[in-house]
Design a protein around this ligand. Structure first.
Ligand SMILES: Nc1ncnc2c1ncn2[C@@H]1O[C@H](COP(=O)(O)OP(=O)(O)OP(=O)(O)O)[C@@H](O)[C@H]1O
Length: 884
């Protein structure tokens, strides 16, 4: 429960007997037209001032003695809820207000005869929220139960102590002077003591006994001895038990109970009731029982969850957010731009929400005053009524339920901004900085950060928890995350969203995730372990990462806005290595930049010859290896036996050292088949993790065969079909390509063809190697090699049309990385190249767009390739061939 910021001055309204207003309670004050005009005028002039948000529609309400109208030193700041004309048609209005906090008035205040516009109010420290150490209500509650009907006991149990004291003196017949006196005791401890003595007096005056066993005629008023005792009773200081036969509260549960008392204000109503019930149950279970630890762990979990606790959000500053992103990451321009857009929209929506909340509060007060005629009886029912001492239990229950501080959990709380925008989903190969961007975003927003790795989550229970009846049951990953961060508004990164399982024997984890990510339902997320206690995830900012979109279920994908983080090109990697990875690794090895100096070319050698990845993780590992080697050398040089040779430590790392330290390079410049051979062609592949690389197609003619096509290299069905299609096409053009001399001649007569793609352990599939396969067959059958500087990608139809393929960006970047300088691809992929390929790559590479396979063939070998009948009139010849 927080108290809004109070303004520095408030209009004061005198409150005639018998009413006294306390924080969190509502009353209506009768006012004449002139008085109402004075109040609203003062409120409005406050709004024109520079005060904080809290001063919107606020007044001070001061109890005055009848007749002399002198005021004490204490009153209650209140928010105007509504204004209604009196139904008696007598020029009177009812101003409905709700108490917010005790206020102390200036010493020199004159007697108040009517409204006092804007009196400076020294509100602090009494406008502060409840102190962190709340005195136990255990002394008061048993006494209160003796005086109150049973229907109210539950509400009393769940009311915070300060509110409880104020409610009790309001609903019990306590005289007004005492109530005014209690208004002037802001200290909860003192107030509790005072209320306790009042209750004892009341009990005695009614002929009841404050602590002894109840007599028969008291039974209607007190808690029945055989019934479970209210928790607050059992949690008090050691004292004789109320009701004969009841057990004292076990000592080992006291810390748990005290924690419950301390956290009371931060728990949801549901959680409060459940913990209370469980604690009572637990107090009756012997600690040796298996049930005991299950129940205790459950309570501990509930008490550890944040519920209403939030971390202070920073005011978002776009400039500093941008400079943080720049400070942590090199490149990633598009991603950074999108993240800033996201922050800007988030900030704007939040500001608009705050403004509309303020306007609503203001409209409630001023509009109703100006349009009295529109007021109807229906509205009047909504007025908050003063709780008179004679009010029935039913009415009091209603008032307590209406009280926002102890309200129900049926509706999403409307007090805080909840973003309903899409979830950001960063997609890209491993190690391109997706996690790291999310971390920077959390810091910019001032939110706590937690990462949930979804890789391998197959069981719905991992997201939604196990029911408590299972042995060693635990809540799901989301609730565990909430416990760890300890606030209800963290930034949670759902890492590897594409690796989460769908459906199956153990339920559907992605369906559970969907509920957690849906703003319409996630304020009330049910975890199986927590049972009936829902947890509010609506303030959590979710960000997800994935390596590919293919395996994400479409409803989940529909909730996300995809931001692509593609792989890095060599210059980008060099810049990242220089600015971030090298300084980081040097520091991690306990060295500094004077002790490790990389010569020119060292980093480039590592990037090009020791890594073959889209991200920079392997690069970071290799740089780390190098730095550790230098650290060992330096450490040895500092050993006492080597003291004299200390100066011999060589801080410089030369290009030659790289091979000595990191071993022989695995990749080199990956450019294959330098002495180009017929039948070998560079295709391009894109694997599921977002990496693009060369796909080397190898073909061989095997003598003594019967025209069979042998395919190896773990190729999928689509790939195989595409190879067969390509061979058919080449066979059908064998005459014009000069492979055969006669139309009816079989180009493969006496031979088999073996088609292979290396790295046979890796599964490959898809039709995008079609054009490259045709070129490989033509190259094999004509004996004309294809330059290894060229890479080819694109699907081909049986008629020879070149069709659009996916993953162009990754493929092109992969080809650039290994030094390919010309790419042949379908014309329909041109927009992908224009939009996605970095300018530097575009400058260094040549892109050739083709519509028909013949254009690709001519691009590689020139028009002279057509040597068959009708050479020089290719179109005619194709027609001839097509007839064959
Ligand atoms: N553009 C960049 N600038 C600076 N450092 C970077 C950049 N990209 C990646 N890194 C660094 O690379 C490392 C790996 O990055 P990160 O863990 O964020 O990758 P990721 O994309 O989340 O990978 P994965 O998909 O495997 O989770 C981190 O140390 C990160 O700081």
């Amino acid at each position: 429960m927080t108290t809004p910021l109070l303004p520095s001055s408030l209009p004061l309204i005198p409150l005639p007997p018998p009413q006294v207003l306390y924080p969190h309670m509502g009353i209506t004050i009768p006012l004449s037209t002139t008085q109402l005009a004075q109040v609203l005028g003062a409120v409005q002039s406050n709004l024109g001032g520079k005060g904080g948000n809290g001063e919107r529609g606020m007044v001070g309400v001061v109890p005055v003695a009848d007749g002399d109208r002198r005021v004490g030193r204490w009153g209650c700041a209140a928010r105007i809820k509504n204004v209604h004309k009196s139904p008696n048609d007598d020029d009177t209005y009812h101003l409905a207000v709700q108490g917010l906090a005790r206020i102390r008035l200036p010493r020199s205040l004159p007697p108040i005869l009517s409204i006092l516009p804007s009196i400076p109010v020294p509100t602090s420290p009494y406008s502060l929220p409840l102190p962190s150490v709340i005195p136990p209500t255990t002394d008061i509650l048993p006494l209160a139960f003796k005086l109150l009907p049973e229907e109210l006991h539950n509400h009393m149990n769940t009311s915070p102590p300060s509110l409880l004291c104020d409610i009790l003196v309001t609903i019990l017949e306590v005289d007004r002077d005492t109530r005014i006196e209690l208004l002037g005791i802001p200290d909860i401890e003192l107030r509790s003591q005072k209320v306790k003595s009042i209750l004892i007096n009341l009990i005695t005056s009614r002929g009841l006994t404050p602590s002894s066993s109840p007599s028969n005629n008291e039974k209607a008023l007190i808690v029945k001895p055989r019934q479970p005792q209210p928790l607050s009773v059992i949690g008090g200081k050691p004292k004789p038990p109320l009701g004969s036969g009841s057990n004292p509260f076990p000592e080992d549960l006291r810390p748990l109970f005290e924690l419950f008392q301390r956290r009371l204000d931060e728990l949801s109503l549901n959680a409060r009731e459940t913990i209370q019930r469980e604690l009572m149950r637990l107090s009756k279970i012997p600690p040796q029982s298996a049930d005991y630890s299950v129940s205790r762990t459950y309570i501990e979990w509930l008490l550890a969850l944040p519920f209403k606790r939030v971390s202070e959000n920073y005011e978002i500053d776009l400039k500093s957010a941008r400079s943080r992103l720049d400070g942590d990451h090199e490149g990633l321009e598009g991603v950074k731009r999108r993240v800033i857009e996201y922050l800007a929209v988030y900030r704007l929506k939040k500001q608009l929400f705050d403004e509309s909340q303020e306007k609503k509060a203001l409209l409630n007060s001023s509009q109703s005053a100006q349009s009295n005629d529109k007021l109807d009886r229906e509205d009047e029912k909504n007025l908050l009524e003063l709780i008179p001492s004679s009010t029935s239990a039913k009415q009091i229950t209603k008032t307590l339920q209406d009280n926002p501080s102890i309200g129900g959990d049926d509706e999403p709380p409307a007090d805080a901004y909840r973003d309903t925008g899409p979830i950001l989903l960063l997609v890209g190969p491993p190690g391109v900085g997706k996690t790291s961007i999310a971390k920077s975003l959390a810091t910019s927003l001032g939110r706590k950060f937690h990462r949930i790795s979804l890789g391998g989550v197959r069981d719905e229970a991992e997201i939604r928890g196990h029911r408590r009846t299972y042995v060693s049951a635990l809540p799901g990953l989301l609730v565990q995350a909430m416990r760890k961060v300890g606030v209800s508004n963290p930034l949670i990164l759902l890492d590897e969203l594409d690796k989460v399982g769908h459906g199956g024997f153990h339920g559907d984890p992605s369906a559970a995730l969907l509920e957690a990510l849906d703003p319409a339902q996630n304020w009330n997320f049910h975890d199986h372990y927590l049972g009936d206690v829902p947890i509010d995830l609506s303030q959590v900012l979710f960000i997800a990462t994935a390596n590919s979109l293919d395996t994400i279920s479409w409803p989940l994908l529909d909730r996300c806005e995809v931001i692509e983080c593609s792989g890095y090109i060599i210059p980008e990697k060099l810049a990242i290595a220089q600015k971030f990875l090298l300084p980081k690794q040097i520091k991690e090895c306990g060295m500094n930049d004077t002790l490790v100096k990389m010569e020119k070319g060292v980093l480039e050698k590592i990037v090009t010859e020791y890594t073959r990845e889209s991200g920079v993780r392997e690069l970071e590992r290799q740089i780390g290896k190098l730095c550790r080697n230098k650290a060992v050398q330096y450490s040895i040089s500092r050993e006492p036996s080597n003291h004299e040779s200390a100066n011999e430590y060589e801080s410089r790392v030369s290009v030659e050292d790289v091979e000595r330290i990191l071993g022989v390079s695995h990749y080199g410049r990956e450019k294959p088949e330098l002495g180009v051979r017929p039948g070998v062609v560079n295709g391009l592949s894109y694997n599921g993790s977002g990496n693009g690389s060369l796909l080397i197609i190898e073909t061989l003619l095997v003598p003594g065969g019967s025209g069979r096509l042998v395919i190896t290299g773990r190729l999928g069905e689509v790939f195989r079909e595409s190879i067969e299609l390509c061979l058919t096409w080449v066979k059908s053009r064998s005459l014009s390509l000069g492979i055969t001399d006669l139309p009816e001649q079989d180009p493969l007569k006496g031979y088999d063809i073996h088609y292979h793609i290396p790295e046979g352990a890796i599964q490959k599939d898809g039709p995008s190697a079609g054009i490259a396969t045709v070129l490989a067959f033509i190259s094999l059958l004509t004996g004309k090699a294809v330059s290894s500087d060229i890479a080819i990608t694109g699907e081909m139809s049986l008629r020879g049309s070149c069709l659009r393929i996916g993953g162009v960006k990754e493929k092109v970047i992969g080809a650039h990385r290994v030094g390919v300088n010309k790419i042949i691809l379908p014309r329909t992929n041109r927009p992908d190249v224009d939009a996605d390929i970095p300018d530097l790559v575009k400058k260094q590479m040549q892109f050739v767009y083709v519509d028909k396979i013949e254009q690709a063939i001519e691009e590689v070998w020139g028009k002279d390739i057509w040597v068959g009948p009708g050479a020089g009139e290719r179109d005619v010849r194709i027609k001839v061939d097509a007839r064959l």
